[in-house]
Every structure is written in C-alpha cells, then in structure tokens.
Design a binder for this molecule. Structure first.
Ligand code: TYD
Length: 208
C-alpha cells in the first residue's frame, strides 16, 4: 500500500465527521490527493449491508450476526474503495474501522477478541491503518452534544451502559495499541482538536 491510511475512532457524537471535514480541507489546500469514506459503508454493497446492520426494527439480531456483518461490509469496502485508493497513492480518511469492532462488538457486546480478529483477519492482516485517531470524549457528553441518541439507529439505542463499556474499551485499546490507536483529547473546542490532529499527523509524517 502506497497511500496513507488514517482512520477516526470514538463514541457517537465525538466529532469525527467535523474533524474529517477539517482534515480533508487541509489536504485539499495542499493538493494532497485523498478520499473520505466510512464504515460500515463506503461502497455500494457495504452501504446496503449498513442499512441492515443499523435498522432499528432488527432488535433480534444476534451479536455474532452483527459482528459478521460489520466484517463483511469491511471486506467489501476494502476491496472496492480503500485498497484501490491506497494503491493509487491517495491518502484515505476513514470514519471508523477495525477498532470500532473491537470496541463495540468486543467491549460493548462482550464478544471475544479472538473471534473478532479471525473474522476481520483479511482487513487486519493487509491493511492496518497508519494511525487510528481516537477522539476521546466520554459518551454522556457526546450524546449531550448531539442532543440524544437517534431513535431509528439500533446501535445508538443500545443504552448508556453499553456506550460506557465501548468508551472504556477504547481507553484500553489505546493502551494495547499505542503505536496505532492514538488518543486525542477532545475536551477543548473543535478548532483546538483540529490543531492537535494536524500536529500529530505532521509529527508522524502522514500529512504535508
Ligand atoms: P454511524 O451513524 O456512522 O455512527 P457514527 O456517526 O457515530 O460513526 O453508525 C455507525 C455505527 O456502527 C456506530 O454506532 C458504531 C457502529 N460500529 C460498530 O459497532 N462496529 C464497527 O465495526 C463499526 C465500523 C461501526
């Protein structure tokens, strides 16, 4: 892979979309070719899988089915969107990736890491991100910022305890993968966070 692979992680409402927009604008200004994509989704088939995963009517979905669908969407997204862009030398900005599965399906739902690693092995083996930015804001504050959970979204409706476990999971993952999953303190303004991210990426030689 030639291009840089930068992913964004964190709880609902952590400000990932805003920071991705800022970073994309920064790259555009500097003429750095890049794409902005998301998981689950980012390609026709993966967007269709996304609709199934997040559909608020599917309350009977098992945790295993959920994890497998995220992994399936990821495999297709890699093949259709991420791998071709990296091969063409483009920087890829991706909203969520493998650490979302470890945090949500692992710590949130309680599935084993081994199982998650196995079903995601295609992704993990070939395409670990150069950096995964963990936008750190506790879930209670984040939901406050976005004025509550989305009623139509199955994951957002999973409850406060679930989101607390996900958040604590991210904190542990950041300790476990210090080279890749980097915590960004988001308690300041969005502009302060933007500067922190730019500084961090520059220090790692990932942006011009
Ligand atoms: P989305 O609306 O994109 O949420 P957000 O704006 O917070 O990123 O929905 C994605 C949801 O899917 C989000 O609740 C996190 C969840 N998710 C997982 O549980 N596992 C995964 O592997 C991924 C990629 C996402």
């Amino acid at each position: 892979m030639k291009g840089k692979f930068i992913t964004f992680e964190g709880c609902e409402g952590a400000g990932k979309s805003t920071q991705m927009r800022f970073l994309s604008a920064y790259l555009t200004e500097r003429g750095i070719p890049h794409i902005v994509t998301r998981e689950p989704g980012g390609s026709d088939i993966s967007e269709a899988i996304r609709k199934v995963i997040l559909d608020g009517r599917f309350t009977a979905m098992t945790d295993e089915c959920e994890a497998l669908l995220y992994a399936a969407a990821r495999a297709q997204h890699l093949a259709d969107t991420v791998a071709p862009a990296l091969a063409a030398g483009k920087t890829v900005l991706c909203d969520r990736y493998i650490f979302s599965s470890y945090a949500y399906q692992g710590y949130g739902r309680g599935l084993g890491r081994r199982f998650l690693q196995d079903i995601n092995s295609y992704a993990v083996a070939q395409f670990m991100p150069d950096v995964a930015l963990f936008l750190d804001i506790p879930p209670a504050r984040a939901f406050e910022r976005k004025h509550g959970a989305d009623r139509e979204d199955r994951i957002e409706q999973a409850g406060a305890d679930f989101h607390r476990r996900v958040y604590e999971g991210y904190l542990r993952l950041a300790e476990e993968y210090p080279e890749i999953l980097v915590r960004v303190d988001c308690s300041g303004t969005k502009f302060e966070t933007k500067d922190k991210i730019a500084q961090l990426l520059r220090a790692r030689g990932l942006i011009g």
